[in-house]
Ligand binder design. Structure first.
Ligand code: ZN
Ligand code: ZN
Length: 153
């Protein structure tokens, strides 16, 4: 369609921000785009990606945007032991993660049940539990293969 310059993805992101009562800023749009392009990125990775996309932006502005977007539920923060926090825009489906102990690669794995909490605590100590956060630790196929090669000869 000649003359039409709408960017569907951009519009969707703008609507998402508005729906959550957030001001639409170039920084927030860029951060959301960066996270949706590379799920499970660290704040550092997102800072680099956003800087490459829109140029001058302070590290603090990126961190602030990440924290507002996480608080409002547009992003999810995953905090694996011994690793910086990772961010993703797949929210609300209670999915879990597989993490490689070798290279740190993280992938999504659907929730076993689909509803939170998907595990029943053996003893809830009277807590009203609304979430069970599951991280499966292991080694990714590449790391397993690399190990086989290096010990194979
Ligand atoms: Zn690995
Ligand atoms: Zn995920």
């Amino acid at each position: 369609m000649p003359g039409q310059k709408h960017h569907p993805k951009h519009q969707l992101t703008t609507m998402l921000l508005r729906r959550h009562g957030l001001h639409v800023t170039e920084q927030r749009l860029a951060v959301l785009r960066a996270v949706s392009d590379r799920p499970h990125s660290t704040a550092d990775d997102i800072d680099k990606a956003v800087g490459a996309e829109i140029g001058a932006i302070s590290r603090q502005a990126v961190y602030d945007a990440l924290s507002v977007l996480t608080d409002k539920g547009l992003l999810r923060r995953i905090q694996p032991a011994g690793s910086p926090a990772r961010y993703e825009n797949r929210v609300g489906d209670n999915h879990h993660h597989l993490i490689c102990r070798g290279c740190g690669r993280m992938v999504d794995v659907d929730c076993a049940v689909g509803d939170a909490p998907c595990l029943t605590a053996a003893d809830d100590s009277g807590y009203e539990i609304d979430e069970a956060e599951v991280i499966y630790w292991g080694r990714c196929p590449q790391c397993v293969a690399a190990d086989l090669v290096s010990t194979g000869d």
